[in-house]
Design a protein around this ligand. Sequence first.
Ligand SMILES: Cc1cc2nc3c(=O)[nH]c(=O)nc-3n(C[C@H](O)[C@H](O)[C@H](O)COP(=O)(O)OP(=O)(O)OC[C@H]3O[C@@H](n4cnc5c(N)ncnc54)[C@H](O)[C@@H]3O)c2cc1C
Length: 326
Amino acid sequence: MSMLKNLFIGLSKNELMNSAAKKYGLKLGAQSVVAGTNIEEAIKSIKELNSQGISCTIDNLGEFVYKEEEALEAKEQILEVIEAIHTNELDAHISLKPSQLGLDIDFSFCLSNLQEIVSKAYKYDIFINIDMEDHARLQPSFDLLDELSKDYDNVGTVIQAYFYQSEENIEKYKNYRLRIVKGAYKEPEEVAYQDKKDIDTNFIKLIEYHLLNGKFTSIATHDHNIINHVKEFVRKHNIPNDKFEFQMLYGFRKDLQLQLAREGYHFCTYVPFGSDWYGYFMRRLAERPQNINLVTKQVFNKKTNTVLGIAAGAFLLGRLSKRRNK
Ligand SMILES: Cc1cc2nc3c(=O)[nH]c(=O)nc-3n(C[C@H](O)[C@H](O)[C@H](O)COP(=O)(O)OP(=O)(O)OC[C@H]3O[C@@H](n4cnc5c(N)ncnc54)[C@H](O)[C@@H]3O)c2cc1C
């Protein structure tokens, strides 16, 4: 993993930077990839995407939740988003993270928050996707899915191709709507492929398996090589367009998003919004450091102190990790 990638992954977990970011609103160029800090701003973006034939999955950003009241607040906000999807007749569903709803506090507490969300969404026929986080939260997240599936069928999750155990999981969860991704967190070689080639090979293998055997497949990637491979694969195997969709993140490869929708493929944009944008944004920078252009452009346009912000973060992180290593 490159130094820059390590730096951004490290920064994404920096709680000091995270709480500072929450206070100061969208900065560092994050507004290019985060659809605002409140639901009204997000709805505006979603309506625009819907008008272009693109559906959306909405992520009310949140992580580092260790207090019950914060998890309850996140739950209320997600319930509001579900109501907003219904009343505005948006072509949209929900993506959420278990840690945001209290997984790190208590499993049963998190499950009861999720039950409330999934039950409300079920009434409005809205799908809920459980996003996958790091390896420590992998099995508990599948356990949440197992519990929720006892009562509801409007719930699915994500399979991360970098994990060795993903092949087993995709077989186990083949009757679910699944999003397949490469994987965004830094994982050790005991549990995950490290080499890009191995991850890509497994990614294609999992996508093909679910397209042939599974329920609905969301292929979530900005990688045109993978997308082209999938287009060819579905053509060759006569897989109808209503069995799969492509997904990309808000603000990334907008031309390609639109092009795929215009070609007649189902396309879904992942729309993150909210004040808790910092960890999400740092992970995006870690994936593709070229995205740092997003940051520098903002610096030149608005003369903000963003570079200083990043440098300060890096400095802080260095100090903190040195202290931990001591
Ligand atoms: C909708 C969605 C949901 C996700 N949900 C999760 C989740 O729940 N859990 C999780 O761990 N991860 C999630 N991810 C992140 C995912 O795991 C990857 O980390 C992320 O998508 C980067 O991998 P990639 O497949 O897009 O391509 P990469 O491996 O980053 O890039 C491959 C190639 O594609 C091209 N490319 C990539 N990005 C661009 C760009 N912006 N502009 C031009 N060319 C580009 C370049 O040629 C690049 O070399 C999600 C991703 C998406 C899109």
